[in-house]
Write a protein that binds this ligand. Structure first.
Ligand SMILES: Cc1cc2nc3c(=O)[nH]c(=O)nc-3n(C[C@H](O)[C@H](O)[C@H](O)COP(=O)(O)OP(=O)(O)OC[C@H]3O[C@@H](n4cnc5c(N)ncnc54)[C@H](O)[C@@H]3O)c2cc1C
Length: 458
């Protein structure tokens, strides 16, 4: 059968209209690069839209990063409580898309089914229509394929990934075990503590729990203001401060952390220790095996539960692209600066990393870099080639001075300070101007448009 291929060789294709896709679209507009966005859902906002099928966001999801630190440049979050709730975040993203008139570039209900290289271009198939593009930006999100641990035995109750958890009503009159103590695991465990008949949290190792507010301000603001301190000194200050405030964590029945503070994804939760201290949540070590409704732990203890929520993280996945085109690192992507493929000069990933700071301000730096690179490729000014040479030589580890604990999610970790310094240096090396809010102000339409109030999004 003959397939007609639509010629889009002068354009770029962005897959996904979540925060990454929107940031990339705005960065392309700022440099005048032509592009199309394909989004499988009916609206923008990515996982922050609770209506987006399969979203990992649950009713009470809030940012762990603060409102002040979390916005895109030229478009801060409107005033409100320190940590925005998901409905405020989606309202903000809608306002962002409207402000820069991004919707007209987005094809909704358009799932990208296949992406394959052809003669230096990319074939992109959407609903049986194939287009050929100059380059592809995969902004399809890394929280859609759950990662499950392998545990011997069979559990007889209800088990699901945290991705499929939606509200504390699911815990009523139930004995619940949450497995995993990342930010989602701890948040969901506090909901279980307040709503379930009995609540437990299983942790593989000891963790440091950082309060969301420090010295009267959100922890990420405190962290940014103290970024001038050498890392080891900051680590020492944090360690002593937590020790003075919380004392020995083993007194709560928790395991002693085997790593120093800031050497794993920070767990920003001020609530979990009080739930444990109130007796509403019981910490347990790693799970050893299941037998019916009984869960056995590695310390020899066991409990009976009705349901388990696996808050055990995600794996990056690209169902539309053969795995060989991606450089993998643990459960994520090992591309240069998280976005530049070393295999293909015109394939990019945006938003496929784990980090210790608000994501949106980093996405827009990645997006601007990709746009600059492509402009240079088009105009043959040579910086694209120079960037590729640098990428070949550098491993591109953005973990910085942090000796992260060895786990699949820390293999592609991005320390915000290391990334920012490296990005500044790269822009300097390539002679590119760092993006500023002004680059985007002229695109805003009308210029005084502000984020909408969250009440428009229930
Ligand atoms: C529970 C939770 C809490 C978080 N808390 C914070 C926080 O406090 N601060 C922070 O900054 N970040 C936080 N994040 C990180 C969050 O991932 C980012 O804020 C952001 O949503 C990432 O945007 P994205 O566009 O890369 O991915 P997504 O938001 O996942 O968007 C990807 C889009 O691509 C679409 N798509 C996927 N496949 C296809 C396809 N084949 N064809 C077409 N479209 C496709 C999807 O429908 C989706 O709209 C949190 C994440 C989770 C899960």
């Amino acid at each position: 059968m003959h397939t007609t291929i639509i010629d889009c060789k002068d354009r770029y294709c962005i897959i996904g209209a979540g925060p990454s896709g929107l940031a990339q679209a705005r960065a392309f507009l700022a440099l005048g690069l032509p592009f199309d966005v394909f989004e499988r859902h009916t609206d923008i906002g990515g996982l922050w839209d609770i209506q987006n099928p399969g979203t990992p966001v649950y009713e009470n999801t809030h940012f762990v990063s603060s409102r002040t630190e979390s916005g895109f440049m030229d478009f801060p979050f409107p005033p409100g409580a320190a940590f925005p709730k998901r409905n405020e975040i989606i309202a903000y993203l809608h306002a962002f898309a409207d402000a820069y008139d991004l919707r007209r570039h987005i094809n909704f209900s358009s799932e990208v089914e296949k992406v394959e290289p052809k003669d230096g271009f990319w074939l992109v198939t959407v609903q049986n229509q194939t287009r050929i593009y100059r380059g592809v930006i995969c902004a399809s999100g890394m929280h859609w394929e759950p990662s499950f641990p392998e545990i011997p035995g069979t559990f007889a109750g209800w088990q699901r990934h945290s991705k499929d958890y939606s509200s504390p009503d699911e815990f009523k009159n139930q004995r619940v075990l949450i497995m995993g103590a990342g930010n989602s695991g701890c948040d969901i465990a506090t909901e279980a503590a307040r709503n379930a008949k009995a609540a437990y949290i299983s942790m593989r190792r000891g963790y440091h729990f950082l309060p969301k507010i420090m010295f009267g301000k959100p922890a990420d603001i405190y962290e940014r203001e103290n970024a001038w301190m050498p890392f080891r000194f900051r680590q020492w200050v944090f360690g002593h401060m937590l020790n003075a405030l919380l004392g020995d964590l083993t007194q709560y029945g928790l395991q002693k952390p085997m790593h120093r503070v800031l050497e794993s994804q920070p767990i920003m939760n001020s609530d979990i220790l009080s739930c444990i201290a109130h007796g509403d949540l019981q910490p347990k070590p790693d799970i050893q095996r299941f037998d019916g409704s009984t869960v056995y732990f590695v310390d020899g203890s066991s409990i009976e539960v009705d349901q388990i929520v696996f808050a055990t993280g995600y794996k990056a996945s690209f169902p539309y692209l053969d795995a060989e085109h991606i450089e993998w690192a643990g459960h994520g992507v090992g591309h240069f600066m998280t976005c530049f493929s070393r295999k293909h000069p015109n394939l990019f990933t945006l938003g496929f990393y784990e980090g210790n700071a608000a994501v949106f301000p980093h996405l827009e730096l990645f997006a601007s870099m990709v746009a600059r690179y492509l402009l240079s490729q088009q105009q043959q000014t040579g910086q694209d080639k120079r960037l590729r040479e640098i990428a070949e030589k550098e491993q591109g580890d953005l973990r910085g001075p942090i000796h992260m604990i060895d786990s699949p999610r820390h293999a592609y970790y991005c320390d915000w300070l290391t990334f920012r310094k490296r990005a500044h240096k790269l822009y300097r090396e390539l002679g590119w101007p760092m993006p500023t809010a002004k680059d985007f102000t002229t695109l805003r339409n009308p210029p005084d448009l502000q984020p909408r109030i969250a009440s428009q999004h229930a």
